[in-house]
Design a protein around this ligand. Structure first.
Ligand code: G
Ligand code: MN
Length: 385
């Protein structure tokens, strides 16, 4: 670290003593000024990393000087070193000058050096985090290259959905995964696909991978496959070329309203067309605010999935227990089967089973994995019966 420090005090003996004390102890240059005016002249001339100013000076106080420095030279870290300061000047130093530290005289040289050092580090850390946050979005060419790499490493994970009463796997949810550094999360990959206008390619790959994997899935288990609503605009879904079409009878398409269904004016008709091909429909993420109750009426799904947020710690939440009990009753009357996602604890499982929710999914049973997890290892999956 090489730095430029400016010491300001109307007593030349103070600045001289400090300069001698700092000499050789901090890497860089120590400058001095005996008035605010002189300090501002130096700052106008050359960059300064840290300014350490006395408070009580004729002409202009230290806190006023540092307020001006803050406005004109915001990168210069500001420290007050004062024998005494009024409450008023302390307030001004903090609020207007946004000083880094208030040091009192006499100050040990070691303390002053440590303070200068940490001030510069704090500034650099803040600036680098701002730089990351304000970095321009990667341009489309870079994004496209990353997208291709991510597609090349795409694989499907499968997580079981179990029937608690039968102690058997009922189905598996297929979840896309990639090893890519920046497009590793499915939401980022979908976002990139939409920005690059490549959603159809991503869909085709996912559907093909699920179909391939289905041949090694336990025979009776259903396969749940996530679809973003905008995928409903992809003609591939509705034709015989849809890789999933040959196994449509065992596929449940999960729809979430995470990206808005309002972009699909004819969603109801499209879902009807998918049913004609043999697919069943699940409304995903119910209880998050993304998937509302109207989707139950509009899409008349065969399944709904309670979102993790609704399930986590449900046993301790009377309101959520009440909500799930009501939804169980409503779905029972509408002939919709319910699935609870994100079951991590036995207490959550027990509460859900007590409320009548039989189909469960979550880390308690198995994490998503490359292979089809067998939970109880006891023969045919429940869905085949
Ligand atoms: O929105 P959707 O239902 O598709 O979300 C499924 C995601 O939830 C997957 O990424 C999966 O890894 C994750 N998941 C599955 N089971 C659990 C769980 O028990 N706890 C948590 N926190 N996440 C889970
Ligand atoms: Mn899902």
């Amino acid at each position: 670290m090489s730095c430029r420090v400016l010491l300001v005090d109307d007593e030349p003996s103070v600045t001289d003593a400090l300069r001698r004390a700092l000499r050789g102890r901090i890497p860089g240059t120590v400058l001095t000024a005996t008035s605010a005016r002189e300090a501002l002249a130096i700052l106008a001339r050359e960059p300064v990393d840290v300014i350490v100013s006395d408070e009580q000076m004729p002409e202009m106080s230290g806190s006023e000087l540092l307020s001006r420095v803050r406005t004109a030279h915001p990168r210069t870290v500001r420290i007050i070193l004062t024998g005494q300061a009024s409450f008023e000047s302390a307030i001004r130093a903090i609020n207007d000058a946004e000083i880094y530290r208030f040091l009192t005289k006499p100050c040990r040289t070691d303390d002053l050096i440590a303070c200068i050092d940490s001030a510069i580090r704090a500034r650099d850390a803040r600036e680098s985090s701002l730089a990351v946050r304000n970095a321009p979005a990667p341009d489309l060419e870079v994004l496209a290259a990353g997208f291709e790499e991510a597609l090349a490493s795409l694989w499907m994970a499968f997580q079981p959905i179990v029937s608690s009463s039968r102690r058997q796997v009922f189905a598996y949810e297929a979840l896309m995964r990639t090893e890519h550094a920046t497009l590793g999360s499915p939401l980022d990959l979908l976002d990139a696909a939409e920005r690059l206008d490549c959603l159809a390619r991503l869909n085709e790959l996912v559907l093909a991978r699920v179909t391939e994997a289905s041949f090694s899935a336990p025979p009776g288990a259903l396969l749940f496959v996530n679809l973003t609503p905008t995928s409903l605009n992809d003609p591939l879904l509705f034709c015989g070329e849809n890789p999933l079409a040959p196994i449509a009878q065992r596929v449940v398409l999960e729809l979430t309203e995470r990206s808005s269904m309002t972009q699909i004016p004819d969603a109801v008709e499209k879902i009807g067309a998918l049913r004609e091909l043999g697919f069943r429909i699940a409304v995903d993420d119910l209880g998050t605010g993304y998937s509302g109750l109207t989707s139950l009426v509009r899409f008349q799904p065969e399944f709904i999935k309670y979102d993790k947020e609704l399930i986590g710690g449900i046993q301790d939440s009377p309101a959520r227990i009440h909500l799930v009990r009501s939804l169980e009753q409503l779905c029972g009357e509408l002939g919709i089967r319910t699935i609870a996602e994100g079951v991590e604890q036995e207490a959550e499982r027990d509460a859900l089973v007590g409320l009548g929710c039989d189909l469960l999914q979550g880390y308690l049973f198995a994490r998503p994995a490359k292979s089809f997890a067998q939970i109880w290892g006891d023969g045919a999956p429940a869905a085949s019966r």
